[in-house]
Design a protein around this ligand. Structure first.
Ligand SMILES: [Zn+2]
Length: 395
């Protein structure tokens, strides 16, 4: 028996009432549920809105309730199944619980209050508790949210977090979280375009802001380690990377800070890669699947993690020259992708593409490239060379 089937049965065992009602797709806002209703439509009228048709438009409400329960179970569980105890003299359940109505509204799949109230009546569960994990494969046990990952790596352990032992429960360690997310990228997300190849002739724009105009690849490309004083969302001070964009406007928006850069010279370098580059594309992440889509449920935690990481790395940085503790988690994940990640065909990553927070709709990138790997227009290349400076302009 498949996991999905077993899950449905577990949900159904919890129980819900019978019903003769029908629900139409217009009564839900979740695209997966709307599709499910369309695929199971039997009745020509909806019991919860005015919708009527000469074609079947509404699915049996009882079956629909089962599908809803299967989705709610992704984030919520019945308290005893989470090991929560009930102690009368301590005030009852030893956890913060939610009602079925709370859980239904939290899931945010419908704006039809009558339909939500009918579901509340149907579902036979007194109280719910947030689910930490559900038993299954490693990917399904990925219960760490981005917030707990951040707390752990900022305030608990910094350099040996990969060796941090598990807590003896089924929760994954930070190392296992990263390994699981990476495994998802290689396997279940393999066809979603997260690993992108950027060809040799692509323009890669990088701007150096300085007192003087600069002319060389060494001066405009990745800073030398001793000059990498600025702590960044992806790189700590002392570990330089090549931050750039695919177009001038985005490179300018990402680099130029009017408050600190007024009156300075902007040297705009157009670099081209000397070989194809393998990049992790976090700018075009697939949406987090609906919790009601049982086939894609195992991707939810990985995609929630990647979306939160992508949102954090795209935020503007504070240009005050200080080391920022809030950058540590994104620096760790970046270093993991740089040093340990391998694609399904064994390639290591050359960098990460992310959405620019300063130029809406455009993408920026970071390349894992050292200063000496950036070479001048006419310089001879060696094995390590990665980017050749094609032209320089000034602003
Ligand atoms: Zn309806």
């Amino acid at each position: 028996m498949g996991i999905v089937k077993a899950w449905m049965m577990e949900m159904q065992e919890r129980g819900y009432s019978e019903s003769d009602d029908y629900v139409c797709a217009a009564c839900v806002t979740d695209p997966f549920l709307a599709e499910w209703i369309a695929g199971h439509a039997e009745a020509n009228a909806c019991s919860f809105c005015e919708a009527v048709s000469d074609q079947p438009i509404a699915a049996p409400f009882e079956d629909f309730t089962g599908v809803v329960l299967g989705g709610l179970g992704f984030d919520w569980n019945e308290p005893t199944q989470e090991g929560i105890t009930y102690i009368t003299r301590e005030g009852g359940w030893q956890a913060s619980l939610s009602t079925t109505a709370d859980v239904l509204y939290d899931a945010g799949f419908s704006e039809n209050d009558d339909m939500i109230a009918a579901l509340d009546d149907m579902i036979d569960c007194e109280a719910w508790v947030e689910r930490e994990f559900y038993r299954g494969t490693d990917s399904q046990r990925l219960s760490w949210g981005w917030d707990s990952f951040k707390t752990f790596t900022k305030n608990h352990t910094r350099y040996f977090f990969l060796q941090a032992p598990g807590d003896g429960y089924d929760e994954l360690t930070p190392a296992e979280v990263l390994a699981t997310v990476s495994d998802m990228i290689r396997t279940k997300l393999a066809d979603e375009g997260l690993i992108k190849t950027i060809g040799r002739n692509t323009d890669l724009i990088r701007i150096r802001v300085d007192d003087q105009p600069q002319t060389t690849a060494s001066a405009i490309g990745t800073p030398k380690p001793e000059h990498a004083r600025q702590s960044n969302r992806m790189s700590p001070a002392g570990i330089p990377m090549f931050y750039g964009a695919f177009d001038l406007d985005t490179a300018h928006a990402e680099t130029f800070d009017p408050a600190t850069h007024a009156g300075k010279a902007l040297s705009v370098g157009t670099f081209r890669s000397l070989r194809d580059l393998t990049l992790l594309d976090l700018a075009e992440l697939p949406p987090v699947p609906s919790v009601f889509d049982l086939d894609r449920q195992p991707l939810i935690h990985s995609l929630r993690f990647l979306h939160a990481f992508a949102a954090d790395i795209s935020q503007p940085i504070a240009r005050d020259g200080r080391e920022h503790i809030e950058y540590v988690p994104t620096q760790i994940v970046t270093e993991y992708f740089r040093r340990l990640f391998r694609s399904a065909d064994g390639r290591s990553l050359d960098g990460i593409i992310y959405r620019s927070a300063k130029h809406a709709g455009a993408n920026a990138f970071v390349l894992f490239c050292e200063n000496e790997q950036c070479i001048d227009v006419d310089a001879p290349e060696d094995e390590a060379s990665l980017l050749r400076l094609a032209s320089v302009s000034y602003q």
